[in-house]
Design a protein around this ligand. Structure first.
Ligand code: ZN
Length: 308
């Protein structure tokens, strides 16, 4: 449950306990595309929102589960202030900070969006990634975008232990340690953390901004409890959250195919974008294990986004 960007649906989403919020007033796709290569100081990013991924809560599938993300979290970064870190590249031009989930899809996928993509992994000790999930993200992203994609993970640790993370804290973590977005390089940050998401205790993963997603180790174990395969869960959840960052489902396009019960998700149980993939109730919903890949409809959407 989580996502949707059409304003009209935002309220419904929030009520649904879902997470991804969208920026109202902003037609994500187009506006983002516009910011894509524009080095100009961006207009303020729309109200950020997290797209948690939620869990099919037993009580809340359509009610508000334990924690819907508040709309309008604070904007990520002060639009007036450039990101703190100096761009790694010599003459890298800073670009507008990422907006809501889905807002970076064009930058990641379109040839005009960026020359290359960096998958920045930030992790706490003991939180993973325990699989090659980031490497699979690199491969899939390279294939989808036709761009050079690299994974940076070494040496960037996150201190502290298990805790309940808010959307704002997750965004701040990325801003503190990941390289800034530049016109040449689009950065996608994956956080592997201990604990869980403060706004939805069943979320195994969550996308909290156009360029930031998190996977929670303890929730991975919980979701894997009935399946006995945490690696499969971590891998699937990582790809699921990346799918949201790439605009799935209907965060950028408006195909009408998203699961009406779980906005932002695929109605196909065989797609990694099925809502239950990011829920701790995964095992009880998908007894055969989580789907790991995008289905054809997802791939068709991604191709459309790429081709503009
Ligand atoms: Zn999701």
């Amino acid at each position: 449950m989580s996502t949707s960007l059409r304003c009209g649906r935002v309220a419904a989403l929030l009520l649904a306990g879902s997470v991804i919020a969208a920026a109202c007033g902003t037609d994500a796709e187009e506006s983002e595309a516009a910011t894509t290569t524009t080095p100009a100081p961006a207009q303020a990013a729309a109200p950020e929102q997290s797209v948690p991924t939620e869990a099919p809560s037993s009580t809340g599938e359509d009610g508000t589960p334990g924690g819907s993300a508040p709309p309008g979290g604070s904007a990520p970064a002060d639009p007036a202030a450039p990101p703190a870190d100096p761009a790694p590249d010599e003459a890298a031009e800073p670009v507008a900070p990422a907006g809501p989930v889905g807002s970076m899809a064009a930058r990641y996928l379109r040839p005009s969006g960026s020359e290359r993509v960096l998958v920045q992994v930030l992790a706490q000790d003991g939180a993973g990634p325990r699989t090659a999930a980031p490497e699979r993200v690199r491969q899939v992203l390279a294939q989808l975008s036709g761009k050079s994609v690299a994974v940076a993970a070494a040496g960037v640790g996150v201190g502290g232990g298990a805790r309940s993370w808010t959307s704002e804290e997750l965004r701040s973590l990325a801003d503190e340690s990941a390289p800034a977005q530049t016109a040449e390089q689009a950065v996608l940050t994956l956080l592997y953390l201990r604990g869980g998401f403060a706004e939805n205790e069943r979320a195994v993963g969550v996308a909290v901004r156009g360029d930031v997603a998190a996977v929670f180790a303890e929730r991975v174990d919980e979701a894997a409890g009935m399946l006995g395969n945490p690696s499969a869960v971590e891998d699937a959840v990582t790809m699921h959250e990346v799918g949201h960052l790439l605009g799935l489902v209907d965060l950028v396009l408006d195909t009408g195919r998203q699961d009406p019960e779980h906005p932002g998700h695929s109605p196909n149980r065989g797609s990694v974008m099925y809502y239950a993939v990011e829920s701790t109730l995964l095992g009880s919903v998908l007894s055969g294990g989580p789907p790991r890949d995008f289905d054809q409809a997802d791939l068709d959407d991604l191709a459309r986004i790429r081709n503009g």
